[in-house]
Design a protein around this ligand. Structure first.
Ligand code: SAM
Ligand code: DTB
Ligand code: SF4
Length: 326
């Protein structure tokens, strides 16, 4: 298994046709390339977060137009998760704008939400900020499938983006999650002004975890007006493809998720990412606060690729396409 920056660089810098072929071969050894996981995201507690993550619409440190709202009810979550299942999603992911979990009624409510999603027969993932070992154990008991906690970037670049917590805080939570036997979903954001080496250093950190992550979300920064990163230059698309391919080679068994930022990507770029080993997406019109491609648009993309859309009913995209043929 690749563990050093030199090894990651060697893979990343391979001529693109060879890199794509290698990543696609690794992908096929471990996965069915037609199987692209669909996860639906829901912000269960939005805005007003005490952390100062420079990319985030939900930090109370910036004026972004996102209002703080209270924790959703279990019934609201059941309703949204049921709709997500009808759209063909297999995983339901819930996020809170919290720095850390506090024991008490709100955490109990989140545990209830996890049980509710599991009872619907879906995988459940939450991202709640920092956790203690005992909180991780309670989430495991509630049946949680995975915990999302991103390292976001390299240890070196981290202080340029966030000042209210450290890289080691993040690693500590990841350890608590793994100790409780919950799968880790951990990745990062590209397009925050970091170098290509910073992105590879993030992958090096992931490969040095006790157990490699079960899923690796690669987010492209969604620029949010009012945050310090609102005006950063967008990521070069070939750099994105190279990073996905490198993540696929480094984490053969993981789900590599083409996460935030797909609404600004062409169909061709997304398909290149799938060929490079991405096999998971966020599905549905909204991420946490930012837009995502519409479910119909994604159904069209899957149809164009000749893959099942997984939707319970035919979509209007299907009708549009047949009209276009006429
Ligand atoms: N508050 C918790 C935490 O930060 O751990 C959970 C929610 S937080 C919004 C989850 C992740 O979303 C962050 O770690 C970050 O990687 C990603 N994220 C947030 N804002 C983003 C943006 N504007 N563009 C891309 N990814 C973003
Ligand atoms: C992850 O890696 N990406 C998701 C999820 N984990 C929680 C979040 C993306 C957030 C995009 C910005 C927003 O919606 O505010
Ligand atoms: Fe808060 Fe999470 Fe946003 Fe950081 S990324 S400001 S911790 S919600």
């Amino acid at each position: 298994m690749m563990k050093t920056l030199a090894e990651f660089r060697a893979v990343y810098q391979t001529p693109l046709p060879d890199l794509l072929f290698r990543a696609a071969s690794v992908h096929r050894q471990h996965h069915d390339p037609a199987d692209i996981q669909r996860c639906v995201l829901l912000s269960i507690k939005t805005g007003g977060c005490p952390e100062d993550c420079g990319y985030c619409a939900q930090s109370a440190h910036f004026t972004t137009g996102v209002d703080a709202t209270p924790l959703l009810s279990v019934e609201e979550v059941r309703d949204k998760a049921t709709k997500a299942k009808e759209l063909g999603a297999s995983r339901f992911c819930m996020g809170t704008a919290w720095r850390e979990v506090k024991d008490g009624a709100q955490f109990e409510q989140v545990l209830d939400m996890v049980r509710t999603v599991r009872d619907l027969g879906m995988e459940a993932c939450v991202t709640l900020g920092m956790l203690t070992e005992s909180q991780a154990e309670q989430l495991a008991e509630a049946g949680l499938t995975a915990y999302n906690h991103n390292l976001d970037t390299s240890r070196e670049y981290y202080p340029n983006v966030i000042s209210t917590r450290t890289y080691d805080d993040r690693l500590q939570t990841l350890q608590a999650v793994q100790k409780a036997g919950i799968s880790v979903c951990c990745g990062g954001i590209i397009g925050m002004g970091e170098s290509e080496d910073d992105r590879l250093r993030l992958l090096v950190e992931l490969s040095n975890l006790d157990t490699p992550p079960e899923s690796v979300p690669i987010n492209c920064l969604v620029p949010i007006a009012g945050t310090p990163l609102a005006e950063v230059r967008p990521v070069d698309s070939i750099e994105l493809v190279r990073l996905i391919a490198t993540a696929r080679v480094a984490f053969p068994k993981a789900r590599v998720r083409l996460s935030a930022g797909r609404d600004r990507m062409s169909r061709e770029l997304q398909i290149l990412c799938f060929m490079a080993g991405a096999n998971s997406i966020f599905f549905g019109d909204k991420l946490l606060t930012a837009p995502n491609p519409s479910a119909e648009g994604d159904a069209d993309l899957f149809r164009a690729m000749g893959l099942p859309t997984g939707m319970a009913h035919g979509s209007c995209g299907e009708t549009r396409r047949s009209l276009a043929v006429l």
